[in-house]
Design a protein around this ligand. Structure first.
Ligand code: NAI
Length: 246
């Protein structure tokens, strides 16, 4: 389904990004994975992805730094020859009530989640325009749509991604470049693993489908958005949240 396509995935070494990488590679895509460090999780993920027989490469880059992002995009384009799909997945949380949020909590979250997404997209858009094709998938959050107590910085960053997604869709639709966002609800990953049993129980009770999601649930939608089946969909925000925000 993605035969011969090259997908660039930020934060692809664990959680949702890894599930997307595995799904794409199993459907024939070559993968450029970006993460901040060469962790054990990264090594394990690369090992698993290489078993698909696809061309898998790993790049260390902190997406907060626009110069590093430009450099890594050039390296990826040189290594693979081109790129077809960009998944802006890397993201962090620094949760607290507004008065308790440190400046660094606000800066870090906006820098990684929002500015990182903008830098990455800016770095690849020229090559997409040149080849008159490209597919950008941004990982936002239901929190960017509905807000959430204790996540003012995170909600702002994820809402920002939605405005950015719609703008890129409008700016580049005529060049056959699509840009959509996925808004996951609560998905079982390291990010949500630290929330505690009590909190997780309360969240689960508020989800009509009665359970947290799996990274694979998000990967299925990413695959649809990456493929030809969604060729007439752009500027859209699609939730994968078990009905949590209806
Ligand atoms: P995770 O914490 O398991 O993985 C995040 C990834 O981002 C890691 O690979 C990490 O290395 C990478 N990363 C962090 N900062 C980076 C930086 N400065 N430069 C490059 N890479 C960096 O997170 P998870 O749960 O897999 O989340 C993936 C995306 O989905 C995030 O954008 C998150 O906000 C979003 N999301 C997650 C939800 C959940 O319930 N887990 C719900 C809604 C959205």
């Amino acid at each position: 389904m993605l035969d011969g396509k090259v997908a660039v995935i930020t934060g692809g070494t664990r959680g949702i990004g890894r599930a997307i990488a595995e799904k794409f590679a199993s459907c024939g895509a070559d993968i450029a994975l970006i993460a901040t460090s060469d962790s054990d999780a990264a090594k394990e993920t690369i090992g698993r992805l290489e078993k698909t027989g696809r061309n898998i490469r790993f790049y260390i880059c902190d997406i907060r730094n626009s110069k590093d992002v430009t450099d890594v995009s050039e390296e990826i384009l040189a290594d693979f020859g081109h790129a077809d799909i960009l998944v802006n997945n890397a993201g962090i949380t620094r949760d607290n009530l507004l008065p308790a949020l440190k400046d660094s909590d606000i800066d870090d979250v906006i820098d990684v989640n929002l500015k990182g997404t903008v830098y990455m997209t800016k770095a690849f858009i020229r090559s997409f325009v040149k080849q008159r094709s490209g597919n950008i998938i941004n990982i936002s959050s239901v929190v960017g749509l509905m807000g959430n107590k204790g996540q003012a910085n995170y909600a702002a960053s994820k809402a920002g991604i939605i405005g950015f997604t719609k703008t890129v869709a409008k700016e580049y639709g005529s060049r056959k470049i699509r840009c959509n966002a996925i808004a996951p609800g609560y998905i079982e990953t390291d990010m949500t693993g630290s929330l505690g049993e009590e909190y997780t129980k309360a969240i689960t009770a508020a989800i009509p489908l009665g359970t947290l999601g799996k990274p694979e649930d998000v990967a299925e939608l990413a695959l649809f958005l990456a493929g030809e089946g969604s060729r007439y969909i752009t500027g859209e925000v699609i939730k994968v949240d078990g009905g949590m925000y209806v």
